[in-house]
Write a new protein. Structure first.
Lengths: 114, 113
């Protein structure tokens, strides 16, 4: 089945460590996104990408970086993790030609920074 | 304002209809969406509506759009315990060529037997 997968699903790390979250998709979509979800705050966009040559900052990109290694892969890095980056992280994909451009989400990565 | 607004909580009895409401920000929004998030899972795209429509029905789901009031609603007929989840509305603005979505904070729906 065409899908969006994220690894790892859960991660506990310490302040100052470098962390990479990975996202892969088999939907053939060109657009990919990274969000974080915090209770009561809904979803906030971190970075988004139109294709492998295109990276754009979202509303909360400070402290994060991304890499679009291929059309199907989009990874999120925390260079030096801090406790307020503890959150649920989602990757999403979209295509203008599918479902009105609606985004399809992965299962999420729960990150805890101690 | 800049926010997509939803009520935070809705309790409904099994078998009744649920209505989840949303107020969005931009009358020129092109598409509006409803997502469902179950515990421990990602967001699932339930349905969407193009802005030139005022209603869309898909099995137990009915979406109503009032462009004048910038009001979107999702009606779930014959609500089941499996419908307990958080529901998010989202809008896509024509100025956002990258297809960015603006999400509401979500409505927690609890279905009681």
């Amino acid at each position: 089945d065409a899908d969006v997968t994220q690894t790892p699903r859960n991660r506990i790390t310490k302040t100052g460590k470098r962390i990479m979250l990975e996202c892969s998709q088999t939907k053939g979509h060109d657009r990919m996104y990274w969000y974080r979800q915090d209770p009561g705050l809904g979803l906030r966009l971190i970075y988004y990408s139109f294709d492998v040559k295109d990276i754009n900052k979202g509303e909360i990109s400070d402290g994060y970086s991304v890499s679009r290694q291929a059309q199907a892969k989009f990874s999120l890095s925390l260079e030096s993790a801090i406790p307020n980056q503890t959150a649920l992280y989602f990757c999403a994909t979209a295509s203008p030609a599918t479902s009105g451009g609606g985004q399809f989400f992965g299962p999420g990565t729960r990150l805890t920074v101690l | 304002g800049e926010d997509v607004e939803q009520s935070l909580f809705l309790s409904v009895r099994e078998g009744d209809s649920s209505v989840i409401n949303c107020t969005y920000t931009d009358s020129s929004s092109t598409y509006l969406y409803w997502y469902k998030q179950e515990p421990g899972a990602g967001l699932q795209l339930l349905t969407y509506i193009f802005s030139n429509m005022d209603m869309k029905q898909d099995q137990r789901l009915t979406v109503l759009l009032n462009k004048k009031d910038k009001h979107l609603s999702l009606r779930i007929a014959d609500t089941q315990t499996g419908d307990s989840a958080i529901y998010f509305c989202a809008e896509s603005k024509p100025t956002d060529s990258w297809g960015k979505l603006q999400f509401g904070a979500g409505t927690q729906v609890v279905v009681t037997p």
